[in-house]
Write a protein that binds this ligand. Sequence first.
Ligand code: M6R
Length: 609
Amino acid sequence: MCGIVGAVAQRDVVDILVEGLRRLEYRGYDSAGVAVVTESGELTRLRRLGKVKELADAVAEKPVTGGTGIAHTRWATHGEPSERNAHPHVSSNITVVHNGIIENHSPLREALKAKGYVFTSDTDTEVIAHLVEEELKTAGSLLAAVQKAVKQLHGAYGTVLLDKTDSSRVVVARSGSPLVIGLGIGENFIASDQLALLPVTRRFIFLEEGDVAEITRHSVAVFDKDGNAVEREVHESNVSYDAGDKGQYRHFMLKEIYEQPHAINNTLEGRLSSDSVLDETFGNGAAELFKQVKHVQIVACGTSYHSGMVARYWLESLGGISCNVEIASEFRYRKSFVQPNSLLVSISQSGETADTLAALRLAKEAGYLGSLTICNVAGSSLVRESDLAFMTRAGAEIGVASTKAFTTQLVGLAMLTMAIGKYNGLTGAQQRELTDALKSLPAKLEQTLTLAPQIEALAEEFADKHHALFLGRGDQYPIAMEGALKLKEISYIHAEAYAAGELKHGPLALIDADMPIIVVAPNNDLLEKLKSNVEEVRARGGILYVFADADAKFQSDATMRVINVPHVADILAPIVYTLPLQLLSYYVAIIKGTDVDQPRNLAKSVTVE
Ligand code: M6R
């Protein structure tokens, strides 16, 4: 949530900052701002309500220049989206941008007001500016003032500050919200995601929890939470420069839907032998750990939680061990029982989701055998703090609605099932079968994507609908949940998912001709049960949209539209059936005219709880 970019350079950095914000807009998009120190030592600040384009237009109209600057795109937490609440915030010589939440902002605000500071916004962020201004009175430098100030902050922050009286440096601090330093030649940069800086560098330092750093054109000095000077490793990024571009597609979401066969190819590459998952897939020491695992506890949020729910079916039916899946924001706030020989698995696209990260940190103290993260972002907090990491290799996912991250997570979780299952009764023949199935997946997905024109036509029927119900059974129940989440997230149609067997326990009361019912129906051992549930809906006048295996023998008629999905092995069905639901949501959103990539009120990376 919230995107941050900063630069210390000799050249004018305004275009770099604005382009950085554009590439970070997925993180928050209700207002944006930029502040630079001009050659004469003046601070110029421009802020606009709305998207980064509004800010870019303002910059074009009233050009500003400067070699040192900071910029921000906001996802509001404290204070409505407005120009006065947009970052950067200023306190005399100090200017600040911030991502996160300062939980003790109220007492700090009162204390600072008592000292005469005047607040001009409703944000929690403004306390940082005044606090640093206050500390600077006694500290010898901006760095020392920030070090003193952050000790008084509770909550999460990734923050960048500059002092207009010394434009040779910016100071940055990280606690709970990611920050990455980009290394240039005679210039250095800072951002909340490396994506923002790919046009200017590929060399990055990922700051760790509690780090404070001073960045000048020629130096980067990092200090840990105790104030000790520390060396942080420099990483060469392999994230594609084009990752932030839509290419030929109208939206990132559509591009990312179509990237899935390729993304899954990448996820599989070098990880399967002819008949099993290679030992090194989950990193050094994974095989030793997996031998001992008798229970898996999964924690995740949103779409990633849905992939965890699918994994529970797989781990218990194929992996031979028990599995529990919990929403991270619930898990972290309840006392849970740790089963003997448990592995904690976190799942996250971003690797920065505050609740998932907090759940991992709690679990570390709780007696788990170890932790594994299934994650898409190298160098992210979850990757750095877990014992083992499986990188999903989906490539940058920009659309707020998660698509390729979900299906690549499922591939990782299928491989985890195989890797653990081989110590718990999964036979050689079963492993071979699963290996062959996974290898066939990219082609099956290509085939599934050819359904797009049919689904686009179907989407017309949702244009005037306000509610929708998704049904599935077994490992398709979480896919129904994921379908409902996608539809509500981007089309704003209220959607619910039910395990189809639950219908008669309440939801049947909702059925009428205005409530579309979307059913996922692969040809598996629950098909006959599902067909009975479908008949229950038909008998009550419901209109059905059934995504089914041709062999399942559903027939389109006046009350049922059937779309035939390619026949696939059981393990692949949750992955394959996800694509038509993604496409359906996408086309419904297009008809509704919503902002597909940046739906209202949401942000891509949820770094606050
Ligand atoms: O980065 P994460 O996978 O941890 O994010 C978790 C959720 O915020 C995320 O999946 C969210 O539900 C998506 N916007 C859904 O499309």
